[in-house]
Design a binder for this molecule. Structure first.
Ligand code: FES
Length: 579
């Protein structure tokens, strides 16, 4: 491989030339106490750090960033930490999804406007993963992702608790009157025990696995628990490796190929991963190139899902947690189960192919990473649905739904928005039975706004008390990757812009058939046309600020919810002029 010269470094334009501006750049670097020997002629490595006091999953990033810097210095680079907007899933309202594209734009612009040759992307909490990768893909300079890693297992009275999944499970028990205040408080104390991301196969764990499958994380890095000493070593190794990547000019466009995206999707499916991965991977693919746009769509996910066995025995689809997955061998071990389903010749950030990365890997615990003949189910965890209720598609994580509901026909109980649902869902007079289909409208990309994770619609309290724990539920929102149940999500086009979901009324019959991949509203076309003619477009959710900008530019779920003008079809990111 030909190595870049010092003069070919991007930062050379800032530091290496003899003009007035370069004088300023060098003198200001010296202002910070750095001598020529510290940085001149060396790759400048940005470390985009999404640490924040209000991101509980990234609290260890203050330490990790120093470890990344250590690696960069060791390899002869010049590390510069650049804080970026943190998207703390637990706190931001209405949803971090409203800000994913903002962080992606910030990442792109931080890299574009500054003297940077390569970047280590520090993220992990849900949307930070796609946002950082989307920005880096657009900028297309050497980049490596440094994941936050999952937190330790939750503990309560000798039982293990999983982020999100057990919150939803025990919240239903509390609403059913089966859990006391003291018990609930004990669970609150024990469910989140360390820094790091949700340790179920939620969105964070799914996207970390997908990012490693894509080739953007060092082999085996995606499942290392956040507080394991291996995690510190991953940080310094990422720092060392990015310097080599700069000299080798190994860029995201070399790694994030169509075949690599297929690997990423396969990993998500094999793990029973989050439905959110579909939206984010489509958005990432659109940042890389037009060719990928055509190939990575909802149907690609369904095709890859149908041929991929569900082998990750991890909650919410399975039994274990991410710490167990790591001890069982992690993602490299999982890959050894399905080499025939992977594109093994894909190059990764290690500089090696997938095949080389997994050559020495093996599974240590068969109960966590299941053999193929003992798969949790023969096909992947997600299915893409089509039908007159979702002309542009919808998704369901059927691996985490009660089997009896995968083929179901029932009468709709409709809520016009989240407030309406909150007000009436526990009404004792609500005409709902265990066979009803609960429908939430106006919770999509524009309607939510930001497509919040409201899709695990609550079971009415009176049914909880009767022992009902799953029902068919439909919305144009998303749901947390830690959630479960027969929840149809991402209905597109969304109801807020006049998609068919807007016209569903109480009592309409809706049929879900996962095996056939269909979602059907049994209302005549003539009646639907009448309802459409009478439908009034809702007022915009925002009249100012970023929300207005978001609403004017966001695409629908099947297109990844990115801003259309950021897609690769609009051309490469221009380099700034220096005058
Ligand atoms: Fe951060 Fe779940 S809240 S990963």
């Amino acid at each position: 491989m030909t190595k870049k010269t010092r003069e070919q470094l991007r930062s050379h334009r800032w530091f290496g030339v003899d003009d007035k501006r370069a004088f300023g750049h060098r003198s200001r670097t010296k202002q910070m106490g750095f001598a020529d020997q510290d940085y001149l002629g060396k790759p400048v490595i940005a470390i985009i750090n999404t640490w924040s006091d209000l991101n509980s999953c990234h609290t260890h990033f203050k330490e990790r960033v120093e470890e990344v810097k250590r690696g960069v210095w060791q390899a002869g680079g010049f590390p510069v930490e650049m804080p970026a907007m943190s998207l703390g899933e637990a706190y931001m309202k209405p949803t971090t999804m409203l800000y994913r594209n903002m962080l992606a734009m910030e990442t792109e612009e931080l890299l574009r406007s500054n003297p940077v040759d390569g970047v280590v992307l520090m993220g992990g909490c849900d949307k930070t993963v796609p946002a950082l990768l989307m920005g880096a893909a657009s900028m297309n300079i050497p980049a490596i992702f440094m994941p936050a890693g999952p937190m330790l297992r939750g503990h309560w009275r000798g039982q293990e608790l999983g982020s999100g999944s057990d919150t939803w499970k025990y919240w239903d028990e509390r609403r059913a009157g089966n859990i006391s205040d003291v018990t609930w408080m004990e669970m609150e104390n024990g469910i989140a025990r360390s820094a790091g991301t949700c340790m179920t196969m939620g969105t964070a764990a799914t996207l970390a696995a997908a990012a490693e499958g894509l080739g953007m994380i060092l082999p085996g890095g995606s499942s290392i628990p956040s507080v394991d000493s291996s995690h510190s070593r991953l940080a310094s190794e990422s720092g060392r490796r990015i310097v080599e990547m700069v000299w080798d000019d190994l860029k995201p466009s070399d790694i994030m190929t169509t075949k690599a995206f297929e690997n990423a999707v396969t990993m998500a499916m094999c793990l029973g991963g989050s439905t959110n991965s579909i939206i984010h991977l489509i958005a990432m693919a659109r940042r890389v190139g037009d060719g990928l746009v055509a190939q990575l769509d909802l149907d690609s996910f369904d095709r890859l899902s149908r041929r991929t066995p569900l082998l990750g025995n991890i909650r919410p689809s399975g039994k274990y947690l991410m710490e167990d997955f790591y001890y069982a061998g992690g993602l490299k071990a999982l890959m050894t189960r399905i080499p025939d389903l992977l594109n093994l010749d894909c190059i990764t950030v290690s500089g090696k192919t997938v095949k080389e990365n997994i050559a020495e890997a093996s599974v240590y615990k068969d109960d966590v990473i299941l053999p193929r003949d003992q798969a949790l189910q023969a096909e992947g965890g997600l299915a893409v649905l089509r039908g007159n209720l979702c002309p542009d598609g919808a998704v369901i994580k059927h691996s985490a739904a009660e089997a009896r509901l995968r083929q179901h026909r029932g009468k709709a109980v409709v809520f016009k928005d989240a407030n309406d649902m909150k007000k009436r869902i526990d009404d004792a007079d609500l005409p709902v039975t265990k066979d009803s289909v609960i429908v939430l409208q106006n919770a999509g990309p524009l309607g939510g706004p930001g497509m919040p994770e409201w899709g695990q619609l609550p079971i009415p309290q009176k049914l909880l008390k009767e022992g009902v724990r799953d029902m068919v539920r439909i919305s144009d929102s998303r749901m947390s990757g830690t959630s479960y149940g027969a929840c149809v999500l991402h209905v597109a086009p969304e109801s807020f812009i006049g998609g068919p979901l807007a016209f569903v009324q109480d009592g309409d019959e809706i049929e879900l058939d996962v095996a056939k991949r269909t979602l059907t509203l049994h209302v005549s076309e003539a009646e639907l046309a009448k309802r459409k003619a009478a439908w009034k477009k809702p007022e915009p959710r925002y009249v100012r600020g970023f929300g207005k900008f978001f609403s004017e530019n966001v695409t629908q779920a099947n297109e990844g919810c990115d801003f259309d003008f950021l897609a690769a079809k609009n051309g490469p990111v221009p380099e700034p002029e220096i005058h």
